[in-house]
Design a protein around this ligand. Sequence first.
Ligand code: F6R
Length: 585
Amino acid sequence: MCGIVGYIGFRSAREVLLSSLRRLEYRGYDSAGVAIVADEIKVEKRRGSIDNLKVDFDGSLGIGHTRWATHGIPSDKNAHPFLDCQGKLAIVHNGIIENYLSLREELIKKGHKFVSDTDSELIAHLIEEYYQGDLKDAFFKAIRKLKGSFAIAAIHQDERKILAAKNESPLVIGIGDHENFLASDIPAFLAYTNRVIVLKDKEVCELTDDFVQIYDFDEKEVRRDVEYINWSLEDAEKSGYEHFMLKEIFEQPIAVDNTIHSLISRNDLDLEFDSMVIVACGTSYHAGLVGKYIMEELLHVPVYVYYASEYRYREVLENSLTLLITQSGETADTIAAARKAMAAGNTTLAITNVVGSSITNYVDMVLYTSAGPEIGVAATKTFTAQLASLYYFAIEAARNKMLISPMRYESLLNTLRKVPYYIEKTLSVEPRIIKEAKKIANSKDIFFIARGINYPIALEGALKMKEISYIHAEGYPAGELKHGPLALIEEGVPVVTLVPVDKTYEKMLSNIKEVSARKAYVIALSPSEEVGKYVDSLIKVPDIDPLFSPFVNVVALQLLSYHTARILGRNIDKPRNLAKSVTVE
Ligand code: F6R
């Protein structure tokens, strides 16, 4: 996720671009830059936030970018905009170009000089390659060559216009009088205009001072109605969602899809190992526990999962591939664990959402999730993106080690690719979940029980509930209840049960009967209608392969905790006593 902006009109492009970029900083903040046509194109770009930019030039046509790194560490040279070899055209890009390696090689062979490590820079060179005095023509030829997700804007110093294209990354046009705007999201220009056109996938737009034309990728003109926005700027930043957490819950289909796409181009994951250690904290630790199940199931290797704060003080297992999971990449305990594993000579692999974050300096390899920046303190989309990475890693490793047949490999990968669709379906169950949230919001305690691969999801459901609603919540393996916690079950205590139709099904029904007999208020998440007979309330979740059921169950539980906290009026995006990055041990 990055933010892009464009302006053409009569105002100071510097002022419009900088103020628009500030409104998009929630989309990424590891570098920023602008390109403005002032006689010739001038560029200012730097690592860090927009406030670091020193723009001492101006004009009335330009583009800008705030970056969330996916290819290449955050640095001045990897910041956008990018220029072509002659420095006459500039581009900004949000998304991932999947075929960048082959295109980049082709362009290098043709003599183009690259200055960054990004996938985006090639777009400037590709347009340059086709440019013969007509930006629109060259732009169309270039974007037809690109595979992947992108929102791109391009300008040329000899032509007063902006060309932009969208495919799977957002792009909106703001319509003004003798001026027009372009951005990844509406708040960027809402201070100037509330008239917008939201571009659809595989569309191109051409903006001049007085003219907006939309085309499809075959250059056929497309007609689109103008919408009038009546939200406030604050609302708009959250795209109309009341909280960042809810927005991020709803971004999960795209976060998971982007993560899978970015991993598919990796060819360096064929690692040798006889055992695996996973180290993480909090929600990332729960992803690690799901990872243990999936790795043991597919790879038949022992997997040990530790809290990073505990791993520090124990004997290190030698000859183990050590996975460090941390969305922020800054968690002090996890970084300390990485250093300890490295010092013991283990191969280390970090899974993180932040390119160039501290952990990446202390490991041998990095797998990036591509969830985009997560603003809400409670981790949601980074969790499902971590799961996607762990599943992908396990499926690829099982194939490389010839532990699964080609048919099973295809079927697992296909199901993983369909996870975004199943998450989307789960999100549509929100109204049912709101009803349950109303019923449980005044409880003193809530229990979450599950078995097998969903046991970590019960833990995660309880953690989410505690941290944002402040209700005491516990997750348990369902079979453990009778060894103590059952004493706490009395009339009306909510017990949330996860009941996929797999080898745990019958046993889960028995556990449900146990708590029902103590008059608990039993909620079940299950694709099976039959479960409804045994519980007070069944929330039907999509019928996905049970091995992948953690994805749908966790999304439903995130919504349950969100709506419970909302009913209680909690500070959902910033729960008390907590911080997004925990940099103390
Ligand atoms: C809970 C949550 C925390 C983090 C934990 C680790 O919603 O967000 O439990 O998961 O602090 O953070 P990272 O993954 O950044 O190492």
